[in-house]
Ligand binder design. Structure first.
Ligand SMILES: Cc1cc2nc3c(=O)[nH]c(=O)nc-3n(C[C@H](O)[C@H](O)[C@H](O)COP(=O)(O)OP(=O)(O)OC[C@H]3O[C@@H](n4cnc5c(N)ncnc54)[C@H](O)[C@@H]3O)c2cc1C
Length: 438
């Protein structure tokens, strides 16, 4: 008879910083720590408190510079070596909390995209999100579901299939004819309660921002607004990237203890996926317990936004010629308008130009302006501050004109022209006119 081997507890070790490796990425290790064992010093480097660290390895995994490692005492190292040598039974420390959390999270499955519509007209951002949703759903092996709420909006389900959805959940009733927070909130929370999605994406439009915040509050989960990047890690956590601290860093935010994981994304941030003509999927009609008499808000009249004849849709334009502080004054924007007219485009601006009163705010491109994704973006006299770049760096082709060869705009530009814009822009206009004549 062989003697049963005594179970040995596998040491977890403690995290520690490898001297000189930290790149001060913005405290990703600190925010990943579940027990607040990591704090940051003035240089932006982590200090790990040994008495708090539980050896969960989260900070080590999240570090983009591999600047953290696990450290074991000589005794712990001896046990690890023995475990490796012998076939001894190793016992992971039982963590009932972690087990319960894992079971709670596992109950949530599926990526949902909320299909925003106004009087049956879908918002383009919903289809842009369908493309990203497809990518996320494929990465974690789950289905992509379109959430269609409205009155007589079944056709949007078929449109959602064309943009990549596997299934559409349709809530179709007169009470949802016009968007009202209460009605849509109740319906969406009812769906989440019953069907438990793991990810919900919404457009960062006026409607989307209003609804997403309300839903996240009621279901008790996290919401990351205005994401510019979305991906999933090996634990099905949504890595939500967005500018933080005034746009000075890009922060990756995770909601690893709650579900669903909710994000909003501004229009034009994600590319529009190709339409798959004739694609089909399953439409699931759901009745939601929302009655007109329960809704306090009543829509008496719809007053359409009266956009003046001078209104320019910078966000939707295919060619944008933007001017910055280098334009030196409002009148000089006339040469950009001339160039824009030749290309069939519109004139945009940096915040400096807008703050100076040279251009209206609806032309501003960037973090606090519009996010654009034109075919061609020409930046004239714009230095390329990060807050400007986050709004235009996904353009198909970027041309920068700046007299400073070291201007950061050249780092994202496909073509850079170093020189005086007042000489170069008129030459460009002339060149285009000659080409057209030819
Ligand atoms: C919270 C926050 C949000 C922000 N949001 C935005 C935003 O949405 N959008 C945005 O744009 N900014 C935003 N900013 C401001 C941003 O940080 C920059 O200050 C701004 O983008 C700079 O504008 P600019 O490039 O026009 O001006 P500058 O940085 O002053 O650059 C002017 C450039 O023009 C060049 N130049 C001058 N004369 C000529 C010439 N004759 N020919 C060629 N080149 C010339 C110069 O070399 C210089 O590079 C934000 C800032 C903060 C803090």
């Amino acid at each position: 008879m062989t003697e049963a081997k005594k179970p040995v507890k596998k040491p977890r070790g403690k995290a520690r910083l490898i001297e000189g490796r930290c790149i001060a990425c913005g405290a990703r290790c600190e925010s990943s720590c579940p027990v607040n064992a990591v704090s940051m010093n003035d240089a932006g480097e982590p200090l790990v408190l040994d008495d708090k660290c539980i050896g969960c390895v989260k900070c080590v995994k999240v570090c983009p510079a591999q600047a953290l490692e696990m450290f074991f005492t000589p005794e712990e190292q001896r046990i690890l070596d023995e475990l490796a040598k012998s076939a001894q039974v190793e016992v992971e420390e039982e963590d009932p909390e972690a087990k319960a959390l894992a079971a709670k999270l596992a109950a949530y499955r599926g990526v949902w995209v909320f299909v925003e519509q106004t009087e049956g007209e879908p918002a383009r951002v919903s289809w842009e999100l369908m493309g990203k949703g497809r990518e996320l759903a494929d990465a974690i092996g789950t289905e992509l579901v379109a959430i269609v709420l409205g009155d007589q909006v079944e056709s949007l389900c078929r449109e959602a299939f064309a943009y990549g959805a596997d299934q559409a959940i349709l809530v179709d009733a007169p009470v949802f004819r016009h968007y009202r927070t209460e009605a849509y909130l109740k319906a969406l929370c009812h769906l989440i309660d019953g069907r438990k999605p793991e990810i919900i994406l919404m457009g960062a439009t006026g409607l989307g921002r209003d609804l997403a915040g309300a839903v996240a509050t009621v279901v008790g989960t996290g919401l990351t607004a205005d994401c510019t990047g979305l991906a999933v890690d090996d634990k099905r956590n949504l890595m939500q990237t967005r500018p933080a601290f005034g746009g000075n860093i890009m922060a990756t935010i995770m909601c690893d203890k709650f579900r669903p994981q909710m994000s909003t994304v501004r229009p034009h941030v994600m590319p529009l996926p190709e339409r798959r003509e004739g694609a089909s999927g399953e439409i699931v009609r759901v009745e939601c317990p929302v009655e007109e008499r329960d809704i306090l808000t009543k829509v008496l009249e719809i007053v359409k936004d009266q956009k003046g004849k001078d209104h320019v849709d910078v966000a939707g334009a295919e060619f944008i010629i933007s001017g910055g502080r280098g334009m030196m004054g409002p009148d000089n924007f006339a040469i950009l308008k001339e160039l824009a007219d030749e290309l069939g485009g519109v004139v945009g601006a940096s915040r400096s130009a807008v703050d100076a009163g040279w251009m209206p705010h609806d032309r501003q491109v960037g973090q606090t302006g519009k996010t654009v994704r034109p075919k061609i973006y020409i930046a004239c006299g714009i230095s390329g501050a990060i807050q400007h770049l986050v709004g235009m760096q996904e353009s198909d082709l970027i041309i920068a004109i700046n007299r400073d060869k070291d201007a950061p705009i050249f780092e994202v530009a496909h073509y850079g022209i170093v020189g005086d814009l007042f000489q170069i822009v008129p030459e460009l206009i002339e060149g285009i006119r000659e080409l057209k004549k030819a």
